[in-house]
Design a protein around this ligand. Structure first.
Ligand code: GLA
Length: 445
């Protein structure tokens, strides 16, 4: 544990303040904090539209993104990061003015922007600008400092979207509640090209210490579920970057299109999930369900262009969605049960994590060989309760549940058996996080 570099939050804020003032000059600075999002169960279901699904995420108490910010009167937004890999940028709020158009219509009428970290900020700001009928006049300068591995499946991108949305609303004195900010941030992130749901943003906005957030994707409703913060640790190990370039975005959007449009369209022909065909091409969908196809062209133009004749799997994807719905229900039952010893609860939870991993690997096909080998190393630990790929997949993070007293040994093991042979220092490079359930978005005083 002692090798995990975690400067006290206060110390981080102080050194970031110095940098902020170097960049933007003296004056009042405000600080927002958004936690890393960890997801216990309910992966790849936040965009499912034909079946009630839920996820069970929480916010990390130990790992977060800080945004130091100050309002500006000229409608400019200027951003910088402590991490030199993310170059400073600037844009004007008016660059995203969309007079009278529907947000999704505006987005789908143009190609997604080239990948850049500024897109998450632009998405948040342009969405807020659209929501406020282009009346926002104040921009802001900001600096981020994060201990969430970037592009790593712990949702640093959604943390940035949420923080930018919060800073802009504060700067313009627009009152908001966290649930509304979560919904707004989910829609805002479509600016970047993915067609995801509200899992990440809701967890980031609504997390509470010692609790998981049960998020019902059918209604958007949430409830807190007690999650032990003593005695157990959630260890996440970053494998490799899930490159959000075109290939991965297409693969993610394929699954989102299947869940949002293709399965519902075929269920309209015959209502039984068990009778779904294994796969269908978009060309065939165009013949059988022209309306659903037209919607697909609108929301997923790149997919229609590039994968029109490729069979898109339906049956296995639906089995994953159903399995996740069941596993989340089971986990909530376990965590709320009062007659189980905590260790028994955590062991059963671990078994559910393993089952989710197998489903993500075999039915959803979002794992990679590097993720598999990393998870296999974690599973050799005798104190391991369970481990699974977390987040969108195609790389990213493996989430593991273990006892608090085992954390140091686990980190040694994964460093020695997985990172070292790859010439990496998992701890030093910030790829390993140790978390307990903590609070969501908040302003630091
Ligand atoms: C990404 C998306 C989320 C969600 C997860 C998979 O993190 O941003 O909306 O779909 O993948 O559960």
């Amino acid at each position: 544990m002692s090798r995990i570099p975690q400067p006290a939050a206060e110390q981080r804020v102080q050194s970031a303040l110095v940098r902020f003032r170097q960049l933007y000059g003296a004056g009042l600075v405000r600080v927002l904090r958004a936690p890393a999002r960890l997801n216990i169960l309910g992966e790849h279901v936040d965009y499912v539209s034909y079946l009630p699904t839920a996820s069970l995420p929480f916010g990390s108490h130990e790992h977060a993104m800080l945004m130091l910010w100050r309002a500006r009167d000229d409608g400019q937004v200027r951003g910088a990061s402590i991490n030199a890999a993310f170059a400073p940028f600037a844009f004007a709020l008016q660059d995203g003015a969309q007079k009278g158009r529907n947000w999704e219509e505006w987005l789908t009428a143009q190609p997604p922007p080239a990948a850049h970290w500024s897109n998450y900020v632009k998405g948040a700001c342009f969405f807020a600008q659209w929501q406020q009928s282009n009346e926002l006049t104040r921009g802001f300068d900001f600096l981020v400092d994060s201990t969430i591995p970037p592009r790593g499946g712990s949702s640093s991108s959604s943390a940035l979207t949420v923080l930018a949305g919060a800073a802009l609303r504060h700067a313009n004195q627009i009152a908001f509640d966290h649930a509304a900010l979560a919904q707004a941030s989910a829609r805002a992130e479509w600016y970047c090209g993915t067609r995801g749901g509200a899992l990440d943003h809701t967890a980031i906005c609504l997390a509470e210490r010692g609790q998981a957030v049960l998020l019902d994707h059918a209604t958007g409703g949430t409830a807190l579920v007690p999650l032990p913060s003593e005695g157990y640790r959630w260890v996440t190990c970053f494998s490799h970057e899930a490159d959000k370039g075109n290939g991965v975005m297409l693969a993610y959007n394929e699954r989102a299109a299947v869940a949002r449009l293709l399965i519902p369209a075929l269920l309209a022909e015959q209502p039984s999930l068990d009778a779904l065909p294994p796969a269908i091409t978009l060309a065939e969908l165009a013949r059988r369900q022209p309306q659903a196809f037209a919607e697909c062209e609108r929301l997923f133009p790149a997919l229609v262009r590039e994968r029109r004749d490729m069979p898109l799997k339906l049956f296995d994807r639906a089995r994953h969605h159903q399995g996740e719905a069941r596993r989340v229900r089971a986990a909530v039952g376990l965590l709320r049960a009062t007659d189980l010893m905590p260790d028994a609860t955590m062991r059963r939870l671990g078994a559910l994590l393993n089952a989710t991993h197998e489903s993500l690997r075999d039915l959803y096909e979002v794992s990679t060989s590097e993720v598999e080998s990393l998870r296999n190393v974690l599973l050799t630990d005798p104190q391991m309760y369970g481990a699974r790929l977390m987040g969108g997949g195609f790389g990213g993070v493996v989430l593991a549940l273990t006892a608090e007293e085992n954390v140091a040994a686990l980190i040694e093991r994964v460093q020695h058996d997985w990172y070292a042979p790859r010439g990496r220092d998992g701890v030093g490079e910030g790829s390993i996080m140790v978390s307990t359930p903590g609070a969501g978005l908040k302003e630091l005083q």
